[in-house]
Design a protein around this ligand. Structure first.
Ligand SMILES: [Zn+2]
Length: 286
């Protein structure tokens, strides 16, 4: 086993007790102009409610809570970033008002309530956005003093990089910028316990670097949706890796379910050296 995957495996095993039902919380479209986030969210939902064997196994073991549109009034008005009242909702997670930021207030209440429920373990919070300058799909995560927690946080994006040719682990970064204070990822990262993982999932507004090519491939509604499907199925890899799911039914992922082709050498602009390292590790998947 290569060193990277060994580290991933060890990190993933450090998880909360199996008696709890795992819970994944996904939100999208807090920024109303970022419509690719809706296609990704649609892909996640379509996959999870499908008869695909991976989806069936996931439904048996994991609870998914999805809020596809956190800023419906902003979307209705055609705003790029703000709500009806002019707030960037992704800067108000610390103290959302029930009248000024009602959707945020309600979702935060629900997350806090679920985090206190002893029957479930809220393990993932992922907020889906679109990025106006970067290529590919990638993630932002949090910075921790505990190196082991940092490694554990890198597990999911590494697995997603193996599954989605348009997702770049090398573009994924972990930060604590002041400008990002008040975002869902930053605030919930501090609220939830240290076995939870909070990410912002970003996808390019325009293109991803196709494997073996130097020319960016424009994203389409279909390829955004495929990234959503790949996000959903990556939870099976994750929960198999940490032994929460022990189902060994043979599962065939059809090539049409992923974007790009099979020769995934990546490129410095989109998928880089870090992605190639992750790709070399993919034979060790559970
Ligand atoms: Zn955004």
């Amino acid at each position: 086993m290569c060193r990277t995957l060994q580290c991933v495996t060890l990190a993933a095993r450090h998880l909360s007790p199996e008696r709890e039902k795992k819970l994944v919380f996904l939100t999208a479209r807090v920024h109303p102009g970022e419509s690719p986030a809706s296609f990704i969210c649609q892909g996640v939902i379509d996959f999870l409610v499908s008869s695909h064997p991976v989806a069936q196994i996931l439904r048996d073991h994991v609870i998914f809570k999805i809020v596809p549109m956190l800023n419906p009034d902003g979307v209705y008005l055609g705003n790029y970033r703000c709500s009806l009242m002019g707030f960037d909702l992704n800067r108000h997670w610390q103290d959302p008002s029930p009248w000024a930021q009602p959707t945020l207030h309600a979702v935060k209440q629900l997350i806090v309530q679920m985090n206190q429920d002893p029957r479930v373990s809220l393990e993932f919070y992922i907020d889906v956005h679109a990025h106006s300058t970067m290529l590919n799909g990638f993630m932002y995560g949090n910075v921790f003093e505990d190196e082991e927690r940092v490694q554990r946080q890198a597990v999911f994006p590494r697995l997603l990089c193996q599954n989605a040719p348009d997702f770049s682990f090398s573009n994924t970064s972990f930060n604590r910028d002041m400008v990002k204070a008040g975002t869902g990822r930053r605030f919930l990262g501090g609220l939830l316990d240290d076995t939870s993982y909070c990410y912002t999932l970003e996808v390019s507004f325009y293109s991803y670097m196709a494997a073996g090519s130097t020319a960016p491939v424009p994203y389409t509604e279909e390829t955004y949706t495929k990234l959503g499907r790949n996000v959903a199925r990556t939870f099976l890899d994750y929960y198999k890796l940490n032994n929460h799911i022990k189902d060994n039914r043979p599962i065939h992922i059809h090539s049409s379910e992923v974007t790009g082709d099979s020769d995934r050498k990546g490129n410095g602009v989109g998928r880089g050296a870090g992605d190639r390292e992750t790709e070399r590790s993919r034979d060790v998947r559970p």
